[in-house]
Design a protein around this ligand. Sequence first.
Ligand code: NAD
Length: 465
Amino acid sequence: MTIDPDIQAAFDMQAVGVTDRRRNFGLAERKQALSLLSDVIKNNEAAIVAALTEDFGKPETETILTEILPVLQEIKHARRHLRGWMRPSRVAPTLATFGTSARVRPEARGVCLIIAPWNYPFSLAIGPLVSCLAAGNAAIIKPSEMTPATSALIARLLAETFSLDLVAVVEGGLKTSQALLSLSFDHIFFTGSPAVGKIVMSAAAKTLASVTLELGGKSPTIIGPGANLKRAADWIVFGKFANAGQTCIAPDHLFVHVSVKETFTRLLRERIAKAYAEGSISSDLSRIVNKHHADRLAGLLTDATAKGAHVTQQEIRDGTRFKPVLIEAITPEMAIDHEEIFGPILPIMAYDDLEDVIMKINARPKPLSLYVFDNDRKRIDQVIEATSSGSVGVNLTLIQFIHNRLPFGGVNNSGLGSAHGHYGFCAFSHERAVMTNHFSALPLVFAPYTPGVKRIIGIIRRVLE
Ligand code: NAD
């Protein structure tokens, strides 16, 4: 594959600098790089807000809450804990290794590629960069081509802040991504769909680059009979309609206990009306990112209604703006039942027996998140123990993302590896084992294997086995 000379030059420059960074990109320099990143974000808040408004009409408050604050918080947390994260950890010797000492040194992987999606185009490009720099690596970032204003802004801001041998931004779509994936990166951090995640992992297999895959899927949500329905409605409307539902961990669909379904659906409608004023489409709702995705969502609705589903609104779309839609009577033949919705459409399904819901969840790929609303500890534990997902939210949605001390990531189809805080630092680090001999007795059993040596081995076996 022919590679754009600028991409090759940036990669070569970063690769050549690996040894130098090992020696000279220590705690102080990494903290300084993180400060520079924090300053450039704080000084350009208005430009970031404007880029996201241009790209998909994201309301200023949401941009501050979901794109800027999480990254600034991530930087602050990394700066505060970096010394401890970087410190090699001593490990005690085992019986067999008596007479040695050992430690685990987290080391920079080298040159890393960060591929970002469009739905949180700022925070999902810059958040991984925080962990990447904290771990002492250089990075090439490829933002999403679907949000061109944010992509151009990221490229400009990072070019003004860092030298190319530390951080480079390469803008572009599929071809650019493919060209980048043909280079021998030490680590690839990809956020996007499971389908492209598989392409990234096969590309990484060619060079045996390590990967972190932050993927998506359908995050199911259970409303149990003991849930505080009003509070559940608040959290679900926030989690589902922030960013117009274009959130990897948004509740995708609801399983509502039959005893509370009517009341809960009414409360949901009232909460939606309060948040996003009925009538015209509220400016507190983002647009759908482009016509392709707006058509995809409209297609999901047409398909579902043609097959017997009921929607709550008739007039749901104005160009790329959608009103929140509640949809009922979903059946397995409908595409909305198995495709990730990724928009402001919320299917509601009634259930009677929690075991049926658990069976349905387990029949699907493991979700990125799973939400349970209930007040009954036993039922909540029943769900957690019998299922698997990247994360679980109990009586909340989305905010597990902003907890710096929690790993953020999926499992199998929803991802591989973790991001955020110390977990993000580890994703971009190699845990190198260093072992030093002081007075190990093991040379006593080296060849030649005389009867004396065999006797010693016999004694060792009796102690160790
Ligand atoms: P996507 O997979 O289409 O694209 C992501 C990135 O990959 C983009 O930069 C794109 O240019 C690049 N890309 C696209 N096709 C490619 C190919 N064939 N080869 C190489 N690179 C390619 O995802 P998207 O539409 O931008 O984002 C939506 C998806 O991302 C959803 O599935 C969502 O759930 C998921 N997501 C996951 C997380 C998470 O943290 N787990 C966060 C946000 C979004």
